[in-house]
Design a protein. Structure first.
Length: 321
């Protein structure tokens, strides 16, 4: 069921016919598929232990789950959520961040192995798996260059950001950024890397290659995630302690506004975590892990148009058009 809020939900959902939202339910060990036109969950299946993040394939045929409670990347068919493949990353992998690149390859962090994995041809009969050490504790979230040559991680345990060269295998480079950097997003043109530091309530722009700091912006409290709009003009941070979003203009590195998804009193209950833009940049989806909901926010108005029910502990999300 969906808890509809506001008067714009019918108009919003009309433009979303045929779209599906996939959600990794980390407390329920399940994968959900939600019809965005109706707002209803149409399928939920058993997945793997403690799935956190997920990504859909460029052709829309598959969704991959990072099984944080285990060692695998599990791949499901988007049509019926049948499991089609499980790729084991080795002992104590604990995969978390995951990107299914436009080149067709999968990339994932493995916290337990202090590494990044590149999986070439993930749904083929003989997928090739390459491992790259970050050398840092808790390599958590992940960004990949448009050309697939580089990866960047936020390393929660080491409190650093790390650059990994995927093609030359040069030694990784790490820098301390803010306090407890966690969220990460690369601009669509690959020219700016943005990180949210949850311990210092800041969003920080880095040069992707030198990792030099270009700009720092104050956000709401405990910005756990950061996501750049597909159009490349703004970023939003998911401010867990406030129950809101901070909108940052990337050209000026200034805060444009704040969006209230819930409020400070509700924030502890809702536990707002992952954020996801729709491809057209008109909506932001906000995973509220504590209440098993996803808030749908109209970007233009800043209003929550509806809340979608998920499985237990919905976290990672992906949209398929």
């Amino acid at each position: 069921m969906s808890d509809v809020e506001g008067n714009d939900s019918a108009a919003m959902s009309h433009g979303q016919a045929g779209q599906a939202l996939f959600v990794a339910n980390k407390r329920g060990n399940t994968l959900s598929k939600i019809n965005l036109g109706s707002g209803e969950e149409v399928k939920r299946v058993e997945s793997c232990a403690n799935p956190h993040e997920l990504a859909t394939s460029p052709d829309g045929a598959h969704v991959a789950l990072a099984c944080y409670g285990g060692t695998t990347i599990d791949i499901f068919a988007t049509a019926d959520l049948s499991r089609v493949k499980s790729i084991d990353l080795g002992d104590n992998a604990r995969p978390h961040g995951i990107v299914w690149h436009g080149n067709g390859d999968l990339y994932a962090t493995a916290e337990g192995r202090k590494s990044v994995f590149w999986i070439r041809g993930p749904v083929g009969e003989s997928a090739e798996v390459f491992e790259y050490s970050t050398g840092k504790e808790g390599s958590h979230m992940l960004a990949i260059a448009p050309n697939g040559n580089h990866a960047w991680t936020t390393d929660l345990g080491s409190k650093t950001v790390t650059l990994v060269d995927l093609k030359t295998r040069r030694a990784p480079r790490s820098v301390a950024v803010g306090v407890e950097p966690e969220g990460i997003s690369l601009s669509p043109d690959g020219k700016a890397l943005w990180v949210s530091a949850r311990g210092s309530d800041t969003a920080i722009e880095l040069d992707p290659q030198t990792l030099d700091v270009r700009n720092e912006v104050k956000t709401g409290r405990f910005p756990l995630r950061l996501a750049i709009r597909p159009q490349g003009d703004v970023a939003v941070t998911s401010d867990l302690a406030d129950g809101g979003l901070t909108v940052i203009d990337l050209a000026t590195a200034k805060v444009l506004r704040s969006i209230a998804v819930s409020n400070a009193e509700e924030a502890e209950k809702r536990l707002q975590v992952t954020i996801l833009w729709s491809d057209d940049g008109k909506r932001i989806y906000v995973a509220e892990t504590g209440t098993d909901t996803v808030a749908e926010v109209d970007y233009a108005s800043g209003k929550v148009t509806r809340r979608l029910a998920t499985g237990k502990g919905g976290d990672g999300m992906a949209i398929l058009n």
